[in-house]
Write a protein that binds this ligand. Sequence first.
Ligand SMILES: Nc1ncnc2c1ncn2[C@@H]1O[C@H](COP(=O)(O)OP(=O)(O)OP(=O)(O)O)[C@@H](O)[C@H]1O
Length: 260
Amino acid sequence: MTADDRPNPAPTPALAVSGVSHAFGSRKALDDVTLDAPAGAFTALVGQNGAGKTTLFSLVTRLYDNRTGSIRVLGHDVRREPAAALSQLGVVFQARTLDLELTVLQNLQYHAALHGVGPGEAKRRGLSALARVGLEARAKDRVRALSGGQMRRVEIARALLHEPSLLLLDEPTTGLDIGSRRQMIDEVKRLIAEDGIGVLWATHLVDEIEVADRVVVLHKGKVMATGTVGELRARAKTDDVGSAFMRIVGEESPLARVTA
Ligand SMILES: Nc1ncnc2c1ncn2[C@@H]1O[C@H](COP(=O)(O)OP(=O)(O)OP(=O)(O)O)[C@@H](O)[C@H]1O
C-alpha cells in the first residue's frame, strides 16, 4: 500500500470529550459524557437548565479538574498539556465580564496584556478582532454605551485575540432580543466559514438551532443523542424540533422557545 492508497486519517476534532463524569458532593452533574466538536464547524450543545453544560465548560477550561475520562483540545489533553490545550481555546462565559467604564479597545488590550502581549501588538490584535465582529468603529467608545448584543460581540472579539481553534460559548444570547440573537448566531457562523474555527455553542433554546446544525443533546448530565437536527427529528418521528427534543430526553416539557 502506498501513502496515496491509505485512507485519510480522521481529522483531529477541535474538542474531544471521552468518558467524563463530575459530581458536586452526591449530585452527579455529568455522567460518563462522550462528545466531540469537529474543527471548523458549528456544534450546538443543547440541554435544559441544569443539564450540565456549564459544568462541562468548567472542566474544559480547567476551572475544575477532570478526574475521570479525557478532554482534548486539538488533540492536547487538558490535564497533561494544559498550556497547549488552553492556548487553542477561546471562551465566552454566561456572565458578562467586560469593564463597563473602560473603552472597548482598552478591555481587549487589558486582556491581551494579561496574556503577556505587549502594548503595540495588543492594540493591533484588538482592532483586528473588533473588525472580525464588525465593531472596529466602536473601539474608542466606553463599553457602557454599547447594546447588550454589541457587548457580547466584544466578548467574542476578546475570546479571539489569541487566535484560538476552538470557541466555547455558554448561553451567549442570554438577555438579547430575537434580532440580536439571530445576528450573533450568523456572526459566529461567518467566523467559522472565514477562519475555520470550531465552535461549541451551549443553549437551552431550540429556536437557536437550524436544521443542518450538528447538535449534542445533554440531559441530566448524560448525552442523549448526537446528530443533525434533521436526523434527530427523523429519529423522534416528528417535524417539530421542540417535540423531537422532548421525546429524545423523555420529558413532558419541551425545551424553551424564544419568547423575547
Ligand atoms: N458549584 C456547584 N455546586 C453544587 N452543584 C452544582 C454546582 N454547579 C452546578 N451544580 C449542579 O450541577 C448540575 C448541572 O449544572 P450546570 O450549571 O452545569 O447546568 P447547565 O446545563 O449549565 O444549566 P444552566 O443552563 O441553568 O446554567 C445542576 O444540578 C446544578 O445544580
